[in-house]
Design a protein around this ligand. Sequence first.
Ligand code: 5AD
Ligand code: SF4
Length: 433
Amino acid sequence: MKYHITTYGCQMNLHESEKIAGILKGCGYDEESNEEEADIIVFNTCCIRENAENHAFGNIGALKKLKKRKPSLLIALGGCMAQEAGKAEYIKRKFPFVDIVFGTHNLNELQSLIEKKRTTKKTVVSLKEEREEIEDGIIPVRRSYPNAWVNITYGCNNFCTYCIVPYVRGREKSRDPEDILNEVKGLVKEGYKEITLLGQNVDSYNSNGMRFPELLDKVASIEGNFRVAFMTSHPKDFSKGLVEVMKKHQKICRRMHLPAQSGSDRILSLMNRRYTREKYLSEIALLKQEIPDCEVTTDLIVGFPTETEEEFEETLSLVKEAGFSSAFTFVYSPRTGTKAAAMDGQIPEEISKKRIMRLVECVNNQTREKSAKCVGQTLEILVEDYDEKKEYYLGRDSYGRMGYFKSNRDRVGEFVKLKITKANGVSLYGEEQ
Ligand code: 5AD
Ligand code: SF4
């Protein structure tokens, strides 16, 4: 028996798919890369923007034929889209050949849902409003060596007005620090070299009074040759204590993903982000004052309801002022049930498209300029993969810079010092030292 998992969305989902793989392995399934050969196909979906949903629907629809040819095939759909209000009913109607729909709080039930499906012709649906327990018992099948993701929080309480995450991931819950530390110790022993602590908002971690800086300090104090990264941070919860812990430990990556979303105070307020441009910039200033070479990356949205041209240009100017090394840029996508979707002043697509093109160009220029400055420098990268097409090994350094080099033996999982000889966009090419 074989399983195939298709994942959409963020690191949180990629890691959840590793847990789904762990559950399926426990049920006696092996991994299969070819969908056509699988006995169960699982879609772990995302609903953060409309195009993520359309993408998933397209791929699910395409399975109708395969299911007809192979009626014993099980098709399961989980993740954020499954959890969206009314979506399970829609899926049952539109895609009646989907066998199982499970929500974001129902991972633990996957095995019993598979068994239940064997006794009924109907789509088996299981959704829960909130996470009852933290699924620490699941042993994930990790697919990202030498990196390992470790959840520290689940859910989100922030209700940014554009965002559907709080509705589909529920209220924030922090994991017990002992469980987190034991998991990290185990991963380091197994040879993982980069541990990424995951949460929708890591800065609001709070387990019986233990806050994120203390947890990070404890994680970075674990012995061994590994790096620690974390994501995502929220500017409203940024603290000096966090910067101090980063400064104390060389093991903590010299990068922070700090989503700004907009450079305009009026739009930030409409987004319910609870910080101003000035506060955001003062945080970066503090970070760079303490750790001058720390890199900051961000998320930016254009075309939020009522955004004017001038306000969009404030986002453009923030890119320069904040000195982001790179940014994920998005066109605002109205999500049913969120406050922003019901706001007046939705921005026409042609305007948002123009804005996103200008923003992408601005970000790319800045990234290129930063990359060009790396030529001649030495980077220490953690080798993550081999690019078959380019025939190069690749990996990232502590600052998040991507380095490529040639080698005639397997280097994945090693820290390698590269002297950079060429920069091409975000990619840096170098020779091993
Ligand atoms: N439209 C566009 N982008 C969004 N994001 C979240 N919700 C939306 C939306 N409705 C972006 C934010 C967030 C990132 C993960 O996705 O920038 O930080
Ligand atoms: Fe969404 Fe805001 Fe929570 Fe991030 S912090 S997941 S943008 S609601």
